[in-house]
Design a protein around this ligand. Sequence first.
Ligand code: ZN
Length: 432
Amino acid sequence: MRSNILFKSATLVSLDPPEVERGDLRVASGAITDRAALLDPVEGEEVIDLGGKLLMPGMVCAHTHLYSALARGMPAPPRSPSSFREILELVWWRLDRALDEETIFWSAMAGAIDAVRAGTTCLFDHHASPSWITGSLQAVREALDRVGLRGVLCYEVTDRGGNHQRDLGVEENRSFLKWSKDSPSFRGMVGAHAGFTLSDESLEMCADLMKEHGAGLHIHAAEDMCDVEDAREKYSKGVVERLARAGALNNRTILAHGTHLDRGEIEAARAAAAWFAHNPRSNMNNEVGYAPVADFGERVLLGTDGIGADMFEEARVAFFKARDEGAGLGAEDWLRALANNQRLATELFGVETGRLSPGAAADLIVLAYDSPTPVTSGNLAWHLAFGLTSASVESVIIGGRFIIKDRSPLIDADEIYARAREASEKLWKKLA
Ligand SMILES: [Zn+2]
């Protein structure tokens, strides 16, 4: 149920430009309606005194795969992968082929619970389930809806299962784009796996669908050198060059990873105002290398690539990894990346999700962050790097509805985990 709420004595925080200010905030009908140093309660609203706790816009994850939420602890592959391509073939493509409607749903439920517990209120998901394509995005949507999350969904089109599966993937994107057009909580994108599993014809099909719906492409780009080499060897082009030629680059496009894009390719993507989703934990885990994040400029997003949806953790790892690499990036850069995730969500939903101002969505998190030092607009980035964690998340509100209140989820998270464990066992048996 949507509540009318007056938050009193909050520390109001937004990320970019960093802003930390003491004040009151009013929420009604799913949106922020008032903000001031002091607001008086009106009839019918719940008054919550935050006593200085942080109140900030919910986190957005710009690249994830909910279908991998049941992969934690799954049986080891038949042999140890010796390359990125083998990681896909022996781990992820075996897993996604084993998914059916039930396991897609419980995987998404488990991932959604993990996301809200970490203070993430919107996910950009990149879904694959080649044995169950048609209707898969609605199964993911149903799960996010039950938990109460916002989602930007797509199905990853690929040639790896042949033309029939590719066409079903394109259609799945098309029907979700149509369905979600006016949804308050969901949007679609055109999903595509990666250039090295897509012919020019397939990329053009994606580009046509983008034009049909004014949508962005969500694709892995140069995550590993194998993508770059494939584009060079088969097409004598760069990864981004192929997308540009196909007409598949626009200002809503997400290029996930971009690890091995060269300067020229990055410039071309930036000229088209495409976004780069950096996924530092995934890159380290897959040993694909460090992405040239500083070259991505103002267009950096942050994703988890399926390793949960804890954006505090991802941002902290991003900060330390960039330091380790001597990338010339500071703590403020990761505040900006997190804010960029909110900016892209704002653009797609047509409602502000990154500011605490009247008219913005009431997608909010309350953090009981106990710091021995003051938190100010000037030092917020350093609290993100060295102090703030999702363990401080106390309450989560999405569209004016409490999803978690005082650390208690309003849905039965224990029951969802129990069902997810059952689904995991079923899924893992199929892998054996
Ligand atoms: Zn990914």
